[in-house]
Design a protein around this ligand. Structure first.
Ligand code: GDP
Length: 140
């Protein structure tokens, strides 16, 4: 195992319900450190670019609308085996399948409004971090 950085988003359904702190506690309790964080209103162009990999999926338009429907918190998390650890803390995409105690099991409203995003591999983590942060915004 190695120390890895991964990209995280606290999605609009969670910011709307004032759950930012509770979600951040889950990351910190799991040993993940927040090395960059900002609350932003994502533009349509940013959402479409960020989720371009899902362009052909039937839910792409709805997903981009949802991600621009309110503020989000974009973050870089760091920790031992950070990419997998973050996915573990998040839980399965569909909250109905998410393990007890995970963020999505506790907080998600639906398969779309599922409270958090997390990178799924080292390559996507690096790309996604670059999409929202410059190097000098990662402050350890
Ligand atoms: P993730 O890596 O667990 O976030 O899941 P995916 O990469 O497969 O999907 C990206 C995001 O698209 C998810 O987090 C959901 O917000 C949304 N999504 C995934 N599957 C569906 C679906 O079947 N319907 C809708 N409406 N949204 C979905």
């Amino acid at each position: 195992m190695a120390i890895e950085r991964t990209f995280s988003i606290i999605k609009p359904d969670a910011t709307k319900r004032n759950l930012t702190g509770k979600i951040i506690s889950k990351f910190e309790d799991a040993g993940l450190r927040i090395v960059a964080s900002k609350r932003i209103q994502m533009t349509k162009a940013q959402a479409e670019g960020f989720y371009a990999v899902h362009k052909e999926r039937p839910f792409y338009g709805d997903l981009c609308s949802f991600m621009t429907s309110g503020p989000v918190v974009v973050q870089v998390l760091e920790g031992e085996d950070g990419i997998a650890k973050n996915r573990e803390v998040m839980g399965a995409t569909n909250p109905a399948d998410a393990a007890a105690g995970t963020i999505r099991a506790e907080f998600a409203e639906s398969i779309e409004a599922n409270s958090v995003h997390g990178s799924d591999a080292p390559e996507t983590a690096a790309e996604e971090i670059k999409f929202f942060f410059t190097d000098d915004e990662l402050v350890g």
